[in-house]
Design a protein around this ligand. Structure first.
Ligand SMILES: NC(=O)c1ccc[n+]([C@@H]2O[C@H](COP(=O)([O-])OP(=O)(O)OC[C@H]3O[C@@H](n4cnc5c(N)ncnc54)[C@H](O)[C@@H]3O)[C@@H](O)[C@H]2O)c1
Ligand SMILES: O=C(O)C[C@H](O)C(=O)O
Length: 315
């Protein structure tokens, strides 16, 4: 089993690759980047980290699949079972402030066309898209490749983690006890589904003030993280872990049947067509196995409509 991380020398690509190297020592990793030296450097370092954890004196079982760097050419993807697309132009001006993902759109769409060309040199494979603005880039890659829409998933799991984190703080409960999926745009119009919120498996209703606070936190915190760290670094840890879990889940045929929210091409689901936004899906080895159409509360439906309007009006 092999995962190719395109943009593997970048902050997100290298962190996702490192996380996969540790979590899944059985998976071959190829870090593909235009900066092949940096990709090879990260790959070598991650391979050493993988090796360390698998040595007998540390309780490992010796499993160490290859981790390599590779140039950004079609041939580098030939043997992959899953492609992660984290390639990006450098962070443009304005992209480190609220609403900033939109500033990547024009140039990352051009970059995505190049990557679509490399992808179509081989048979279709599941593609995990991370590059921003992720709803647009996922849509663009799908359209440019002409592949079955079920091959494409845009990564948006960080919102689900951020939502749980804030609710746990507000209610003073352990973070892992909170279940609250998020749908909508990876951006201003993210929609936590409070109608599905449970804490320790029990249904919980937040006040309107709490809901507003959670929404604002999820919308703003990635920019606080960028600001605190310095503009060169976005949310590498949550994204690296989330992307690694997602790529691993596709290799495994899903999250044990559990739905997760991802940005996927829609063809009538929720009344939307020819657009990518986050909705609950079940994953399989080929990508999306099923899109789930959940009943939403009235205000959640309105917010999802606003997400659709926001994405389609920015094209
Ligand atoms: N979806 C999410 O939740 C989420 C989270 C964080 C970051 N992002 C986005 O992910 C992208 C990557 O972020 P980053 O911080 O790692 O950026 P980065 O600038 O650190 O890395 C981008 C990498 O892409 C490489 N690259 C450029 N063109 C390429 C090509 N044609 N082929 C292969 N590689 C190429 C660059 O050399 C660089 O190594 C950005 O668009 C960012 O906004 C999305
Ligand atoms: O990279 C960014 O601009 C933010 C990123 O999309 C995130 O959600 O962490």
């Amino acid at each position: 089993m092999e995962v190719a991380v395109i943009g593997g020398a970048g902050t997100i690509g290298s962190t996702a690759a490192y996380t996969l190297a540790i979590d899944r020592p059985d998976v071959d990793l190829t870090l593909v980047d235009v900066d092949v030296d940096a990709a090879t450097g990260h790959a070598t370092d991650a391979r050493h980290a993988r090796t360390l954890g698998q040595l007998p004196q540390f309780g490992g079982d010796g499993t160490t699949a290859p981790v390599e760097g590779a140039p950004s050419r079609g041939g580098s993807l030939e043997t992959a079972d899953v492609a992660v697309i984290a390639a990006s132009v450098p962070r443009p001006e304005g992209s480190a402030q609220r609403g900033g993902r939109a500033h990547f759109l024009e140039r990352n769409r051009e970059l995505a066309s190049t990557i679509a060309g490399a992808l179509t040199e081989r048979d279709p494979l599941p593609v995990v898209v991370v590059s921003n603005p992720v709803d647009h880039i996922t849509h663009h890659l799908w359209r440019e490749t002409g592949w079955d829409r079920r091959r494409f998933v845009g990564y948006s799991l960080s919102e689900t983690a951020r939502t749980a984190d804030r609710i746990a703080t507000l209610r003073d409960v352990p973070r892992g006890s909170v279940y609250c999926p998020t749908v909508g745009e990876h951006g201003e119009h993210v929609v936590p589904l409070f109608s599905r919120l449970t804490i320790d498996g029990e249904r919980v209703t937040l006040t309107e003030a709490e809901r507003r606070e959670v929404r604002e936190y999820v919308r703003d915190v990635p920019y606080d993280v960028i600001d605190l760290r310095g503009a060169g670094e976005s949310s590498r840890w949550v994204t690296g872990r989330g992307v690694a879990r997602l790529a691993g889940a596709v290799l495994d045929g899903g999250f044990d049947g559990e739905p997760v929210s991802l940005s996927v091409p829609l063809d009538g689901e929720y009344g939307f067509e020819d657009v990518c936004l986050s909705v609950p899906v079940r994953l399989g080895r080929d990508g999306v196995e099923r899109i789930l159409e959940w009943d939403l509360a009235d205000d959640e439906r309105e917010r999802l409509d606003a997400a659709y309007d926001s994405i389609t009006s920015a094209r």
